[in-house]
Ligand binder design. Structure first.
Ligand SMILES: Cc1cc2nc3c(=O)[nH]c(=O)nc-3n(C[C@H](O)[C@H](O)[C@H](O)COP(=O)(O)OP(=O)(O)OC[C@H]3O[C@@H](n4cnc5c(N)ncnc54)[C@H](O)[C@@H]3O)c2cc1C
Length: 303
């Protein structure tokens, strides 16, 4: 019912109105916008993960465009000496069309990142992609162990098992960087936890396992309870500051972000940009209308 209402409203919302909601969360439409935001964050001692907007495409011309944009972005960010990593969504590079093509496209992007001394994190998308994305990561990780990281979603029932399998598959290595987040997509109950607290509990269990195995953890959340839970685990395991970082989305909970930075912990902000901002925002809202509540809340409350 609520979903239908949101979809109905969105159809009549002009782009300019959607932009009012979205501009706090997106650097802008161009690479220059992303570099400007990165410069500002880097000046505050905050690292960035650059994310070109676009996903779930099966059109070759789009795939070619995204690839060339990423390569230009990496090259220019390095020229500007920006402190960034790169986030990529495999469905932008053809995962749903041809897995081998997707692998080759991501490999080219990683090669460019390697030549510029940058790190690439492969985002996790919806459950139709989970197996293929884990396989893709395994393959790329074998080739570029210091340059590629991955993401797991705490709401997926399979996640702890997946992280354990990965750690066992690469026992001598530290798995680059593994981002743990709650998960953004709406998944069926058979495969995903639904309760707010049970997702939090699994998030912290996953994180605890990573600390026990000395896996570099990227703790991606704006949930104060999870941040406090992460602090407790860091204390419990005496985790060295260079074995984890916090990650947040651009524009979300800047107050909480600042408090983490003040503690002396590394912070990386995920900065989305690109001409596909409108499709991305409306798709996210249609998919998960609760994002709308975050947006409305964020317009009136600063947290
Ligand atoms: C760096 C980073 C990378 C991510 N990568 C992935 C990924 O690869 N795959 C994936 O499935 N998910 C990804 N996510 C999204 C993640 O899974 C969650 O959906 C999202 O972070 C919200 O969960 P939360 O832990 O912040 O808790 P919540 O309880 O959802 O949020 C806590 C508070 O943060 C604020 N907030 C949270 N999200 C938003 C928002 N979008 N807009 C405005 N305010 C907000 C609200 O004030 C909210 O009350 C990523 C998140 C981050 C921070």
């Amino acid at each position: 019912m609520f979903n239908k209402l949101i979809v109905g409203i969105l159809q009549y919302m002009p782009e300019s109105l959607v932009w009012i909601f979205s501009k706090r969360y997106i650097a802008g439409k161009t690479r220059e916008d992303a570099f400007r935001v990165t410069r500002e964050l880097n000046q505050q001692g905050i690292k960035v993960s650059l994310d070109l907007l676009g996903e779930f495409t099966t059109r070759r011309e789009n795939i070619d465009y995204y690839k060339s944009e990423y390569i230009k972005t990496i090259f220019e960010a390095a020229y500007k000496k920006q402190d960034v990593s790169i986030s990529v969504k495999p469905t932008m590079f053809g995962l749903l069309l041809d897995k081998e093509m997707c692998y080759n496209n991501l490999r080219d992007i990683i090669l460019e990142a390697v030549s510029c001394n940058y790190f690439v994190q492969i985002d996790m998308e919806d459950s139709q992609c989970t197996d293929a994305e884990i396989a893709l990561f395994n393959r790329l990780y074998r080739e570029f162990p210091d340059r590629v990281g991955f993401v797991f979603q705490a709401y997926m029932r399979r996640t702890l098992d997946d992280i354990q399998k990965l750690a066992e598959m690469h026992p001598q290595k530290d798995l680059g960087s593994i981002r743990i987040c709650k998960g953004i997509y709406v998944e069926p109950e058979e495969i995903a936890y639904k309760g707010k607290q049970e997702i939090r509990d699994h998030f912290l269990n996953d994180l605890e396992y990573m600390f026990q195995r000395n896996i570099f953890a990227a703790i991606a959340t704006h949930d104060r309870k999870l941040v406090e839970g992460a602090y407790r685990l860091i204390e419990k395991y005496k985790v060295l500051v260079d074995r984890f970082e916090f990650q947040m989305l651009f524009g979300v909970t800047p107050g909480l972000r600042q408090s983490i930075v003040k503690k002396g912990y590394a912070m990386r902000v995920y900065v989305p940009f690109g001409k596909d901002w409108y499709n991305y925002c409306t798709r996210r809202l249609k998919e998960n209308p609760f994002v709308m509540w975050h947006l409305i809340k964020a317009l009136v409350v600063r947290n």
